[in-house]
Design a protein around this ligand. Structure first.
Ligand code: AMP
Length: 392
């Protein structure tokens, strides 16, 4: 288990006094020292020290200006981002939904154990909850809730029988018992601008948001569907190619994603250890690497669901390798990219395939970083925005 490996080695050279170069490029270690051949020259301004003070030669104003001048590539990139933002402002969350879709809503009174089977049987990883006593939307069930139940089981192992009897309406009590700050129950109206749903997602770190409508006459709520970061980015990729094709800067140059302190595990790590890692880092996936740090697979939060099917919490000591082998046949696969890959090609991949994150690797398949859909969404919405108040 490697919890804190820095995947990107520091590249900045440290300036050293003994090799300080003069403006002409010659090495001048002792300017201002005594000279046996002639009179000691008077120190010039900036030369009082035993070596050249670099500040006397730098031209910060001109350099800074030169660095800030946007290249044609930067300009095109910003044009693409602005185009996408405008598009998100004129489309609604409802527009993202396909013409026909299926929605599984679970009653809050259902046993947690049974909810697991329903998700697995329906091939889904989350479901809106319904409070039938009050006829109201009651939140969204996700893999995070099951991870909370697992944490509860770990903290109170002698209460397995009680865990078995928990219902979905007890999820909030479980959060309190294990000391987790409850997630805000976010939802958006389907007819509000899509941009608003994206901002809500970034602010609350929610990876999916239910669309909840309210009947004008009865005031009753209806859950229309759930939109995910993947659906939104796919909607952009499919309908906005004229703007995504302008995003030609490589992901490494953009610093898109996370490249330091990567949480990783090996095939022989236990599922429970990897779950603890996800909780500690508040992440939804852990890359699985070998001894040489080569990428082998990724364990995702949704992989937890089949592991505890039927309430088998004591099987969490199984290895990640065993858990991954239980994945459904239609598992979408792991997507990788290099630091030189451009954002437009990432949108191409999203357009064609069901991608939830991209793992950044080098030519030898060594892990370099991870780009989550939340990183892409954040970049698309907020990069270059001057007004800090709109940052989530
Ligand atoms: P996610 O949970 O996938 O939405 O990612 C949330 C944030 O954590 C993003 O900025 C990711 O780049 C970052 N992240 C995702 N997985 C990992 C990981 N295994 N180690 C470190 N950071 C990660």
């Amino acid at each position: 288990m490697d919890d804190a490996r820095d995947a990107r080695a520091p590249e900045k050279a440290t300036p050293s006094a003994s090799s300080a170069a003069s403006p002409t490029g010659t090495t001048s270690p002792a300017i201002g020292g005594s000279d046996a051949q002639g009179p000691v020259p008077l120190p010039r301004l900036g030369h009082e020290l035993p070596f050249v003070a670099p500040s006397s030669y730098l031209r910060p104003a001109t350099r800074a200006m030169a660095d800030k001048t946007p290249s044609p590539l930067d300009k095109e990139q910003m044009q693409g981002l602005r185009g996408i933002r405008e598009f998100l402002k004129v489309r609604t969350s409802y527009d993202v939904l396909p013409l026909s879709f299926r929605l599984v809503v679970l009653d809050n009174d259902l046993l947690i154990k049974k909810s697991l089977n329903i998700l697995i049987q329906n091939g889904i990883v989350s479901a809106p909850l319904w409070d039938s006593r009050n006829s109201a939307f009651a939140g969204l069930l996700t893999s995070t809730d099951y991870i909370n139940v697992i944490q509860y089981y770990c903290q109170f192992p002698d209460q397995l029988n009680q865990v078995d009897q928990f219902r979905l309406c007890n999820l909030r009590d479980i959060e309190k018992a294990i000391g987790v700050v409850p997630l805000e129950t976010v939802s958006v109206h389907p007819m509000r601008p899509l941009y608003e749903a994206c901002r809500r997602m970034l602010k609350t770190r929610a990876r999916r948001i239910p669309l909840v409508d309210t009947d004008d006459e009865t005031g009753r709520e209806t859950v229309v569907s759930v939109i995910t970061q993947y659906r939104i980015l796919k909607f952009i990729a499919v309908n906005n190619e004229q703007h995504t094709m302008l995003l030609k800067k490589p992901v490494g140059e953009l610093g898109l994603g996370t490249y330091t302190n990567l949480a990783t595990a090996t095939m022989s790590s236990s599922v429970l250890d990897v779950i603890h890692l996800m909780v500690k880092h508040n992440i939804s996936a852990v890359p699985i690497v070998d001894q040489e740090y080569k990428l082998l697979n990724v364990f995702e939060a949704v992989d937890v669901i089949p592991c505890i099917k039927g309430g088998a919490y004591d099987e969490l000591s199984a290895t990640v390798g065993e858990a991954i082998s239980r994945r459904a046949e239609d598992f979408a696969g792991i997507y990788t990219c290099g630091e030189d890959d451009r954002l437009d090609s990432i949108f191409d991949t999203i357009r064609k395939s069901r991608v939830h994150r991209l793992i950044v690797i080098d030519d030898d398949s060594r892990l370099k970083g991870i780009i989550s859909l939340s990183d892409v969404l954040k970049y698309v919405l907020l990069h270059g925005e001057e007004d800090d108040s709109i940052r989530g």
